[in-house]
Ligand binder design. Structure first.
Ligand SMILES: Cc1ncc(COP(=O)(O)O)c(C=O)c1O
Length: 401
């Protein structure tokens, strides 16, 4: 049986020497995404029938073993119907596009999401297509959104994405194009196809030059942070928050909510990257984040986008307490461990923060650098559930049926 102490893999941690305080961060955040955009997204998304806040689950046994004060998992893995936090940002991005396009074509005021779902603009919407590169989760949310609103979805996936994830995309109703190359190469193929076919790229990466859609998506994801703020109305608040990070759209959204709500009382903030794609970890002191070529499969596939977004780096660069790069070889062990110790069955990408807190708490130097001790109140965000059950069974040997 894997114990927290014997977990495989490794963590590299770099404290952030450029870190700014809450007062200095607020104007930086305002230049990334105004609070009013998050408020508008929250109001819209909370009106959806499918919306429900994700739970904050105490991980008591693990907490005891790691010798921390409290440890919680903000568990996005059961957020339906996408089994990830993508349910917040992606449909909101699709809705914003459709509302603006309807306004542009008809001259009518932008419709509500309910107007669109009720079929008020059925023919117009049916002729529209949203597209994106994806490792699976964003694509699934895009496919779900397209079906929900009545348009089409085309998704482009790197060829290393598991057959189970590809199957899931097809079942959700997306046209799936499998492309050789790393995530950024696939993103380029998607952009070229969209330009040719007059499709709309709805993506968290602003690679087509559309900087508004990623911000709509960021505003939606920020709800994860808002829910966290609402879960701690009084004191004490969490002292440490760890968030899985690819392009950093979710991480900056969560971070901005915490700092805007709690100011100086905001917890230390740790974005976590997977080692093969750890762009921020390698971007020390740089104005633009490092871009990495990621050709092989990334087990924590949600993080495999090769670079931090240029829209999020200016915030994460100064807001992060430190940068973590966690290796992939402990993922299978960590999945089993979480099931055995806490009874939680969840997805590979969630293991990024699970492994990070385990390695950090056990390594005296990292523990000290992160300020972890018996009084620490730690939240780790887990971003995906079991989106590929066959893969989960192969990795863990645990049968799901
Ligand atoms: C499950 C999961 N976690 C985390 C991420 C990373 O999110 P971001 O690119 O906003 O950093 C993704 C991105 O696709 C994901 O699918």
């Amino acid at each position: 049986m894997t114990t927290a102490k014997s977990l495989g893999g490794r963590l590299a941690y770099r404290p952030n020497l450029e870190r700014a305080d809450a007062q200095q961060l607020l104007p930086i955040f305002d230049s990334i995404l105004p609070q009013s955009s998050v408020d508008a997204a929250a109001e819209e998304i909370r009106s959806w029938e499918a919306y429900e806040a994700s739970p904050l689950i105490p991980l008591d046994q693990l907490c005891h073993e790691l010798d921390l004060g409290r440890l919680w998992l903000k568990h996005e893995g059961d957020r339906q119907p996408t089994k990830s936090y993508k349910m917040l940002g992606t449909p909101y991005g699709v809705y914003r596009y459709l509302a603006q396009e309807i306004h542009r074509r008809t001259g009518l005021p932008e419709p509500s999401s309910k107007d669109i779902i009720d079929g008020g603009f059925r023919d117009l919407v049916a002729g529209l297509t949203v597209a994106s590169a994806t490792d699976g989760n964003h694509g699934f949310a895009l496919a779900w959104s397209a079906k929900h609103f009545g348009c089409r979805a085309v998704v482009f996936v790197p060829s290393w994405v598991s057959p189970g994830r590809i199957q899931r995309l097809k079942q959700a109703g997306a046209q799936v194009e499998v492309v050789d190359g790393d995530y950024l190469a696939v993103d380029k193929v998607a952009a070229d196809a969209a330009a040719q076919e007059n499709w709309k790229i709805v993506s968290a990466l602003a690679s087509t030059g559309d900087t508004e859609t990623p911000l709509d998506i960021m505003a939606g994801y920020s709800l994860v942070g808002r829910e966290l703020v609402e879960a701690f109305p009084g004191t004490p608040k969490p002292t440490h928050v760890f968030v899985p990070c690819g392009a950093g759209i979710l991480a900056i959204g969560v971070c901005m909510e915490l700092v805007r709500a709690w100011g100086k009382q905001a917890p230390d903030f740790f974005p976590v990257e997977a080692e093969p794609t750890a762009s921020m970890f390698r971007s020390k002191g740089l104005e633009s984040p490092v871009v990495l070529q990621v050709d092989d499969e990334v087990v924590m596939g949600g993080l495999a986008c090769g670079s931090t977004s240029f829209q999020t780096w200016p915030g994460l660069r100064y807001a992060s307490t430190g940068f973590s790069s966690v290796s992939e070889d402990g993922v299978a062990d960590a999945l089993s461990l979480l099931k055995e110790k806490e009874g939680i069955i969840t997805g590979e990408t969630t293991m990024s923060t699970v492994m990070t807190i385990i390695h950090a708490a056990h390594d005296p130097a990292t523990r000290r650098l992160m300020g972890l001790d018996q009084s620490s109140r730690v939240v780790i965000v887990g971003t995906e559930g079991v989106v590929d059950p066959e893969r989960y069974e192969v990795l863990t040997g645990i049968g799901l049926s």
